[in-house]
Design a protein around this ligand. Structure first.
Ligand code: SAM
Length: 313
């Protein structure tokens, strides 16, 4: 860790805890451990006799969560895993169903605040990486910028972030890389600034926020993985178990909304898509919950959070 900031401040903790309602002896799964903030709240209430299984694909998160959760001893089981493999993790542990599953999506404050990871605008010389699991191989954000066609880049940026200036940013990127291939965060910021007129830059956030988000989503294949993971999580819920998703942008929220609606028997009606399957969950949040103004004031990174939850029938 390169700063004195807290690893991560858990978002909407009271709301999540109330909905999940962990009980002594229960078994719950935290698919996005981060610093272990939410996991600690759950673990405390699962004692005695319960289990909290925690996953994260980022090795740094597992180290930090391991420290946070050490006081809970053998209540805790941690695994380095991408959350769409949750079924295999549970199989391996001989666990059929769980009483609660939490997804707190996106990146942690630690990941954002650590320039070497390439998610932040802070250090122009930082490598443009953005992989949540750098040891796992795969392409970096710089690789995408250097190898995709201009059209592919434009589509990627627009579809993953709704960036109005996507086509122009892609054109400027394609021109720039002929001279100097992308390597650093600063090079991408320069491109976005060059492509986006000053008057078009948002006042409340960095001009490159959307472009960074789009690349991060693509590098980590976030949207495809999320859909598969939510389906598996819903399958592994015990009767009465609760599944919670905290999302931070509309694309994630839409995936949770659609999967929950289908599972609640509220999919598209008979006709074009056929008969929706019978409901296997009840919606606990018809509209997503938002953080209280006091939480946003204390932790501005909570401002875009949206919480959706379902209970297994
Ligand atoms: C917002 S943070 C979670 C913070 C945590 N709730 C806390 O209280 O500290 C999101 C975490 O999820 C992890 N993550 C994101 N996508 C993942 C995936 N597909 N599989 C596993 N972990 C993932 C990230 O590495 C990050 O540590």
């Amino acid at each position: 860790m390169t700063t004195d900031l807290p690893y991560h401040v858990p978002v909407m903790r009271e709301e999540a805890l109330k909905l999940m309602d962990p009980q002594p002896g229960g078994v719950m799964l935290d698919c996005t451990l981060g610093g272990g903030g939410h996991a600690a709240l759950l673990a405390e209430r699962l004692q005695p006799g319960g289990k909290l299984i925690g996953l994260d694909q980022d090795p740094d998160a597992l180290i930090e969560a391991g420290k946070t959760l050490a006081p809970f001893g053998d209540t805790i089981i941690l695994r380095a895993a991408r959350f769409d493999t949750l079924g295999a993790v549970l199989d391996d542990l001989g666990i059929e169903t769980v009483d609660g599953v939490l997804f707190d999506l996106g990146v942690s404050s630690y990941q954002l605040d650590t320039p070497e990871r390439g998610f932040s605008f802070k250090d122009p010389e930082a490598p443009l990486d953005m992989r949540m699991n750098p040891a796992g191989g795969g392409v970096t954000a710089a690789d995408l910028l250097n190898t995709l066609s201009e059209r592919e880049l434009s589509t990627l940026i627009r579809e993953n972030s709704d960036e109005h200036w996507a086509a122009r940013i892609a054109r400027f990127a394609a021109e720039r890389r002929v001279e100097t291939p992308y390597r650093t965060v600063g090079q991408l910021i320069e491109t976005v600034h060059a492509a986006m007129p000053v008057r078009a830059r948002p006042e409340d956030k960095h001009a490159a926020t959307r472009t960074f988000q789009a690349l991060r989503i693509a590098v980590n294949n976030e949207l495809t993985i999320l859909g598969h993971a939510l389906e598996s999580a819903a399958d592994r819920l015990a009767k009465g178990g609760v599944l919670i998703v905290l999302s931070y942008h509309s694309l994630e929220d839409r995936i949770a909304k659609q999967i929950f609606a289908l599972r609640a028997g509220r999919g598209p009606g008979e006709g074009i898509y056929g008969t929706p399957p019978p409901a296997s969950v009840a919606l606990l949040t018809r509209k997503p919950l938002e953080p209280a103004a006091s939480e946003v004031a204390a932790n501005p990174r909570a401002r875009s959070a949206r919480l959706r939850a379902v209970r297994k029938l």
